[in-house]
Design a protein. Structure first.
Length: 91
């Protein structure tokens, strides 16, 4: 049977290398999880930025809405006067 005869010093080095490998794998896994999270946050922020710009574009002229309502009221009054005048001429 094959028997591996290692000194205590060699055994400790192999244990150290194995622990180092495990630590390196754990660090790699944590960094990969962080990378994926950062990419997800970046994608979400980009979507939010795009939606914010669309809202800004859609509401850029909302301050003119009051003027539009006032002018529509003026137009309705004018049409009412024309309607009354036309009925007065026809009648």
């Amino acid at each position: 049977m094959f028997e591996l005869a290692l000194s205590t010093n060699q055994t400790l080095w192999w244990v150290t290398l194995a622990v180092g490998l495990v630590v390196a794998l754990v660090v790699w896994a944590l960094l990969e999880a962080l990378r994926r999270t950062v990419l997800e946050v970046d994608r979400t922020v980009e979507e939010l930025w795009t939606m914010g710009k669309r809202v800004a574009q859609n509401t850029a002229t909302s301050h003119t809405l009051r003027t539009t309502v006032d002018r529509a009221g003026d137009l309705l009054a004018e049409l009412g006067e024309h309607s009354r005048a036309q009925r007065g001429e026809d009648g």
